[in-house]
Design a protein around this ligand. Structure first.
Ligand SMILES: Cc1ncc(COP(=O)(O)O)c(C=O)c1O
Length: 400
């Protein structure tokens, strides 16, 4: 008997509200559903499928590892984890890496490390966490409370203490909050879920300087902005502002679950044996895939391609907007792009998503007023043209 969307309502916890169709197959930037209908994928699994679907290098790495060694726990280390750690260290500011399975876990590790190091160095009072309003850092209870969107953290009982919030991109507001009791500051260089809002360069640099001044660790959450999405391997490299701790996930695994926390040797030393861990962290299958992901992405051709494709998307969206004016702004970096709905179409992003899917193109929203694009970093010209043409049909239908 064929499975249908109704099975979701019957068997699954209702915390998601998936689309009516069920995707069954993908290739590059195309996906097909149970009925054989084809979609161009500009959603990329919410900025995850960095190399599209079933990229040969990733399929090769996964199947090779699947025939070799699946799991040994952290009682032992393994070669794919060591290779991936070395690649991440070679490509970034970091000296040390901690592996986990998701973005939330990478941030959980980052926040725990920052507090631990701050408390050990300066005393118990140095535990304040500063975060931006509208930020999103994951759904574990600590990370969801650190995230600046109370709608996600309310209703679960008492929250951890010592977290304060300020308006993103507002350096004066940040200056008013940071003090010598601040353990860390966590920021997305480009707010993703909060509406695809890039940081102002002067703001990021100002935050960096104030963190240094107050001995507070600067954590960049690059779960969504990282692994090539900005046009640099990590967005901090695009801005030239270096964090103390960085979290990665999503695009790192290209669709295979993995997260990573990167930091310096000086900070890493506070997470001594036994202070933190996770069973699947550094899983050989995940690390083998991520090793192949970074090999493909961290090349001048792919990273330069992200910038070229950014321009193609932005031009295409502006061209649609010239015919059907629904957007007031197109913003973002690289292949993380947000198109903001005008006043006249407030709160209607979800409707556009649905009509776009009916027309054979998958896009995302980032809040109720922003259409978000997070396609494969190697989406090709034909896929971009076809997808944008389908989006234009969808928008025409939407405004009709
Ligand atoms: C910036 C950012 N941080 C953290 C997360 C959480 O990642 P995960 O869902 O893998 O736990 C997300 C997911 O959307 C994200 O965009």
């Amino acid at each position: 008997m064929a499975l249908t969307r109704a099975a979701f309502d019957q068997y699954m916890v209702p915390n998601y509200a998936p689309a009516a169709f069920i995707p069954v197959r993908g290739e590059a930037s195309r996906v097909w559903d149970q009925s054989g209908k084809e979609y161009i994928d500009f959603a990329g699994g919410i900025a995850v499928n960095s190399l599209g679907h079933c990229h040969p290098a990733l399929v090769g790495a996964l199947t090779k590892q699947a025939n070799q060694l699946w799991h040994v726990s952290n009682v032992f280390t393994n070669e794919p984890a060591l290779e991936l750690a070395q690649k991440l260290v070679d490509a970034t500011f970091a000296d040390k890496v901690f592996f986990c399975n998701s973005g939330a876990e990478a941030n959980e590790a980052a926040l725990k490390l920052a507090r631990r190091a701050a408390i050990e160095r300066f005393g118990e009072q140095k535990n304040k966490v500063i975060s931006a309003l509208s930020s999103f850092h994951g759904r574990t209870f600590f990370t969801v409370c650190v995230g600046g969107q109370p709608k996600y953290s309310d209703g679960f009982g008492p929250k951890p203490a010592g977290i304060e919030y300020f308006e993103y991109n507002n350096l004066e507001a940040f200056k008013a909050l940071i003090d010598d009791d601040t353990a860390c500051v966590i920021l997305e260089p480009i707010q993703g879920e909060g509406g695809v809002v890039p940081a102002d360069a002067a703001f990021l640099q100002g935050v960096r300087d104030l963190c240094t001044q107050h001995n507070a660790y600067l954590i960049f959450d690059e779960v969504q902005s990282g692994m090539g999405r900005s046009g640099s391997l990590f967005a901090y490299q695009e801005y030239g502002v270096v964090p103390d701790i960085l979290s990665s996930a999503k695009s790192l695994g290209g669709g295979f679950p993995i997260g990573a926390m990167l930091t310096t040797a000086e900070i890493a030393k506070y997470l001594v044996a036994g202070t933190h861990g996770t069973t699947y962290g550094g899983n050989p299958l995940a690390c083998a895939v991520a090793g192949a992901v970074i090999d493909v992405i961290n090349t001048p051709e792919v990273l330069a391609g992200v910038k070229t494709k950014h321009a193609q998307f932005v031009d295409g969206i502006h061209a649609i907007n010239a015919k059907y004016p629904v957007f007031s702004q197109v913003r973002g970096l690289g292949l993380l792009i947000g198109a903001v709905l005008t006043e006249a179409y407030q709160d209607r992003a979800k409707e556009i998503l649905n009509i776009a899917a009916q027309n054979g193109v998958m896009v995302l929203m980032a809040g109720p007023n922003v259409i978000r694009f997070a396609p494969s970093l190697v989406v090709n010209d034909e896929e971009i043209t076809t997808g944008l043409a389908r989006l234009e049909m969808a928008i025409a239908q939407f405004v009709a």
